[in-house]
Design a protein around this ligand. Sequence first.
Ligand SMILES: [Mg+2]
Length: 405
Amino acid sequence: MNIILCIDMDAFFASVEQQANPKLRGKPVAVIGSGHRTVVTTRSYEARKFGVKTGMNVYEAKKLCPHIIFVVGDNDKYAHTCRELSEIYTAFTPDVEIYSIDEAFLDVTTTHHLFGGPEAIGLEIKKKVKSKFGINCTVGIATNILLAKLASDISKPDGLRWIKPGDTSSVLENLAVEELWGIGRKLAEKLDLLGIKTCGELGNAPASLLRSKFGITGEALKMMGQGICHRPLIVKESGPKSVGHSMTLPYDIWKEKDIEAYTLKLSEMVGRRARKYRLTGNVICVTLRYKSFETFSRQSKIKQRTGDTHEIYNTAMKIIKGIKLRDSIRLIGVSLSGLAESENPEQLPLIQEYARKRDLLKAMDHINDRFGDFTISWARYMLHRSRPAVISPAWRPQGIRRTTV
Ligand SMILES: [Mg+2]
């Protein structure tokens, strides 16, 4: 029997902000984006009492709660906390799925006995998260991720709940179907038309009825109603998946030459780090965040793996030029994935041009290692006078952790 823990931070962004600024503690706080059309992304439990909901605009929120405090969200800060949280989790098991920035699943099937059982692990994680970050989280424990997530959802905030196999049917019996992870309002409405309102009813519904209505999903729905779920944890293999850097710009930019300069800087940082660890990759990915906080990524695969700054840069710029930008840019990220160990550096490249390039990069890296970043760089970047400062690897902890300098 598997034992899965779902760890979910309570009001994560708002809690991080309250922790960072004591003046916000105990007060209704809403985290919003930076644009003027922004909406509430997270609200503290104090704000929830006034009926403030995710997705409301600032005027609606203010109407319900006149003394609400708005804080502009800082994704880099949340990403940083997320990475540190994953270090707490991996102390209890290597099988950790970081499901979202504030939720993780831990498979403790083979390790829980080392720590006094699943509940003891849950309590210890809650204690560590509270003492290290000052924020509350809720822990759900069950035999699969569907029920672990449910256990956490129904115990928020600051809760801990273990749904044991013997309790499953009584928990599900009268539970509304939309409480289940994966059943949204639309699907719940369709089930309602079939006279199915609770998980108990869903689990007992004839498979043929569900199949005729929902096709192959019908059977999965019936199983969900019974608390059965076979989705395994998606645990990242060890070793770096990508080498990436992103940068929140000191001001929003839209001119091509500014975008080029920052992209070159990021490409150089990525290339340099890849070379340092003798890695090459063949997928280059660019992430852009608009002023409005809307964030998206586009990637492109190249024929041969590379760790060369210019190849990374040229591909990244090709990607960017293919995007019709709708707004100014507040963050750029460049990453290299599809990684493999590069060839033995002592082995002589067959083509002389490659050898020269390799030697040039090696010399540049050597100088920068010795005298500091960007002592020597590409002319195009040097011409750009304002040098950006904020640097953050991609938030997913498996991203680059192993190659972080
Ligand atoms: Mg949460």
